[in-house]
Write a protein that binds this ligand. Structure first.
Ligand code: BGP
Length: 472
């Protein structure tokens, strides 16, 4: 056995981390545009501050990013040269509806993505579109309170109806929300969610999450109505949580932590709130704002496939003295693993475990839509980078995924590595945390020519794709 013949090899990006041109052709402002670089970044991402005042003193890395808005033809040509079968990108909601609540969409924004999809097809690249990758129009946040307000479901519904209609025949693979569970970890960045002083955070978070879950199911419904061949998936920030030891307390903690993560996919794939979540939320005094019809929508419009990002496994323990790694998903340090320069532990075997855990639980096709190594690259005078460390990381992860497919029988649709072209890092807001096969000349302060050059991994990945994952 090997990877399926039509295995979708490719790479992934997100609008706010690569497009730039944040105020061009009528685009409105989104949460992801106002997350500053520097010491205020984390408090803002967490939604802890009072509504952040957008000002000129801060540097907002996403606003110009690598200016893919004006360079996409060159970039897609390079993806084509690597032999990409798919390119995962996201739509900036504010290019289509600048404020989020207009009656009519912005034609310039719609046209931009139409041209981009056509460009992909020139190279036989199938677009894989994330409808929202962390972004929410600022106007919907300041005027309506963002996803805490049920009205957001209607605005999102309008957006997806426009997208499915306009791009029928151009796009087949869709993801409703990037890393939907990120709302628990970085609420403002992940979903535009912020908290008022003294607000019940659990209530606010699960209210917003419920609205996203209903919106996601509605998108699945509408997408299938407009084109029954559409394949619509959910997207989870995954990574199996291991018990730190065989202490039953550690084992249970790991089990529970995994389940808290699966909660979203349980709803999106199985079509109902799982018992454990209902009981847990009830104990916390959280009331899920179900209205008539929600249960049916969730039940009847489950996803076609499950996509996820995988960077690392995690570790859980009841021993509070153990050191955690201080990352977005706090994890006890696993003594068996090495880590990246940013402390993300490297665990290829964990990808096989994660693939199996997800496949066992849902029995639906899976899609790895993010994986990769964020590293500091040192280009030579021609912009060439010998990134053997990246090749090693990816080789081991592709081997693990090969094992999951060939030895365990996991049904896997494809693999898109994260940040196939260097882009702005979501957590740090910096360029120096690079993932790409293509180097982009831009530094953390936003300086540089934006020139693109191929790294060593470019040719390596090209061969991986050409051999359908056999020559790695
Ligand atoms: C995921 C996000 C991406 C991306 C990636 C890498 O959580 O979906 O947007 O950025 O992580 O993270 P970072 O950029 O912080 O290294």
């Amino acid at each position: 056995m090997a990877f399926r013949k039509d295995f979708l090899w490719g790479g992934a990006t997100a609008a706010n981390q690569c497009e730039g041109a944040y105020n061009v052709d009528g685009r409105g402002l989104a949460n992801v545009d106002v997350i500053p670089h520097g010491k205020d970044r984390f408090p803002v991402m967490l939604g802890n501050m009072k509504m952040f005042d957008f000002d000129d003193e801060h540097f907002y890395p996403a606003q110009n990013a690598i200016d893919m808005y004006h360079n996409y033809k060159e970039d897609i040509a390079l993806f084509g040269e690597m032999g990409f079968k798919t390119y995962r990108l996201s739509i900036a909601w504010t290019r289509i509806f600048p404020n989020g609540d207009e009656d009519e969409p912005n034609e310039a924004g719609l046209k931009f993505y139409e041209d981009l999809f056509k460009e992909c097809h020139k190279y036989g690249i199938e677009p894989l579109v994330t409808i929202t990758h962390f972004d929410c129009p600022m106007h919907l946040i300041t005027e309506y309170g963002g996803w805490k307000n049920r009205k957001l479901i209607g605005f999102y519904e309008k957006l997806v109806r426009v997208l499915f209609t306009r791009y029928k025949g151009l796009v087949k693979y869709w993801l409703t929300f990037n890393e939907i569970n990120m709302i628990l970890h970085l609420p403002f960045m992940g979903a535009g969610l912020y908290f008022e002083e003294g607000e019940n955070r659990d209530q606010a978070t699960y209210t917003a999450a419920h609205h996203e879950l209903v919106a996601s199911a509605l998108a699945t419904k509408i997408g299938h109505e407009i084109d029954p061949t559409n394949m619509i998936g959910c997207m989870l920030a995954a990574g199996e949580v291991y018990p730190y030891s065989c202490n039953p307390g550690d084992v249970w903690k790991a089990y529970e932590t995994n389940r808290d993560n699966y909660f979203f996919i349980d709803v999106q794939s199985r079509g109902e709130y799982p018992k454990y979540a209902l009981l847990d939320l009830e104990r916390k005094g959280v009331k899920i704002p179900f209205v008539e019809g929600d249960e049916e929508i969730l039940k009847e419009h489950t996803v076609d496939f499950i996509s996820f990002s995988y960077y690392s496994s995690k570790c859980a323990s009841v021993d509070e003295k153990l050191k955690t790694d201080g990352n977005v998903f706090a994890s006890v340090k696993n003594p068996y693993l090495k880590a990246s320069e940013w402390g993300w532990q490297i665990d290829p075997q964990g990808l096989r475990t994660t693939l199996n855990a997800l496949y066992d639980r849902y029995q639906k096709p899976l899609f790895i839509v993010e994986n990769g190594l964020g590293a500091v690259d040192k280009p030579d005078a021609n912009g060439y980078v010998e990134d053997d460390y990246r090749i090693d990381y990816m080789r081991e992860h592709i081997k693990a995924m090969h094992d999951a497919v060939t030895l365990d029988g996991v049904d896997l649709l494809g693999y898109t590595s994260w940040g196939c072209i260097d882009l702005v890092s979501a957590s740090t807001g910096e360029m120096s945390k690079r993932y790409g096969f293509i180097y982009v000349d831009r530094d953390d302060a936003g300086n540089g020519t934006l020139k693109r050059s191929k790294k060593k991994s470019f040719d390596w990945y090209k061969e991986v794709i050409a051999s359908n994952g056999e020559n790695i």
